[in-house]
Design a protein around this ligand. Sequence first.
Ligand code: URP
Ligand code: ZN
Ligand code: ZN
Length: 527
Amino acid sequence: MSFVAGWALLVLACTAAAEDLLIKGGTVVNADRQFQADVLIRDGLILRVEPDLQAERPGTRQLDARGMLVMPGGIDPHTHLAMPFMGQVACDDFYSQNLLLAACLSRSGHAAALAGGTTMHIDFVLPVAHDLLAGWAEWQRKAEAAVMDYGFHMAVTSWSKQVAADMQVIASRGVNSFKFFMAYKGALMVTDEQLLAGLRRCRQLGALAQVHAENGDAVAEGQARVFEAGVTGPEGHALSRPAALEGEATGRAIRLAEFAGAPLYVVHVMSRDAVEEVARARQRGVRVIGETVVSAISQEEGRLWDPDWDVAAQYVMSPPIRSREHAAALRAALAGGALQLVGTDHAVFNSTQKRVGRHDFRLIPNGVNGLEERMHVVWQELVNSGQLSPSDFVRVTSTAAAQIFNIYPRKGVIAPGSDADVILFDPLLEHSIAAATHHSAMDTNIYEGYRVQGKVVSTISRGQLVWHNGKLNITRGTGRFIPTPTFGPLFEGLDKRPEHLVDVARYGGVPVQRGSIEGKVEARDEL
Ligand code: URP
Ligand code: ZN
Ligand code: ZN
């Protein structure tokens, strides 16, 4: 037998011998219901979900889930790992290991996600010099080390025939969402004309158009005015981009999407103004999805006035974190269904990186953490307060993302045949969040000291127990790209709907018969 054939046999034998995992005695929580059942996992998939299951193979590993909730792993629809932005590179990458530290302590985006019960995330690929394919190549390289499943959205930051063509290429590689920035003037921002072209292209491709909705021209003007008035610190960030600018852009994007007949996904809804636009549009039947983020529902803008500059700067993100009233409106909108899901917008810059803006708030790299904290904070804010049921929690942290991005029921549910991405959650265990114990590469944490009742004690990623009783067990390069197919549920039946703001059908195909106006025009011209 050749060496290669022998090696192949060995690999095959090892794969076949992968142990089953049996989760016994827990309460399974899906988005539609919760029930008592055991869960048997084999070869990375959920094999059975039934009461009183027994091990079927020798060597099956059993997990005691009595008193625990057994839920689908979280899906974070909004992350920016290792993103070059505002002159810095976000310090959480997909995965890296610091070999100098004892026990190879791993601090990275993926380590943080898995420790916090998130088993898949969708990261935003940024074009390189507006080139989509170059951006794609960059993100392929970043994701080589991945230790968990991930998907990609693609940002579109300019418009040309080449961009339109490249969108098709990117879609064929497994990306069904394209993001347009209506802010970050002079960098990522697109004009309304470009956005409209992008919306039409998204509809053609069966891809979901996403918007960062803030009026970028007004923000730039507001920033200049605030800075010239002498405000140089992080509070200038909140003062210069009020909620009205987010509401205006959200409404505008929705109207343009209606005009183009394209479904729309509004990322990081941070304000009452924006959520009201989403809610009104949904009421009139527009296919618009509203995503809020965990910082928006749990933090408040007063932190930007903290006398310690480093603390205040941690909270700089766009659109800004707003007042308590806005956070309450967002929580209510999640409970009431006007908003559909909660992401993180995890884009982290450590204190040294934030300090590049110490003399000018406009230069502070925008972004906050949340990948590790999202599941716990959403539980604390919404389930422990009685606003969401555990099933609703699963919906807003996992199932809705799987459905919207067209990977359900592969992801987002505990059911036979689904990927074995599962968390064991102890609803009674209390803990608090701290930078000293988190798994992100950040040196700070905007949730420092935040107390939670309820904790992810185990995370299973495609059948592997990767987080258990406070320890990570992850292997570089084991993460997989999960393609998101185009023409997802939001496109179902769309071709039957008129593009009702430009109702060409009303023309009826017969030109209106009119007499000539030439004579009238000449007679009038002579007067
Ligand atoms: O402040 C933020 N949100 N940083 C990440 C980039 C974006 O706008 O999503
Ligand atoms: Zn954004
Ligand atoms: Zn973002």
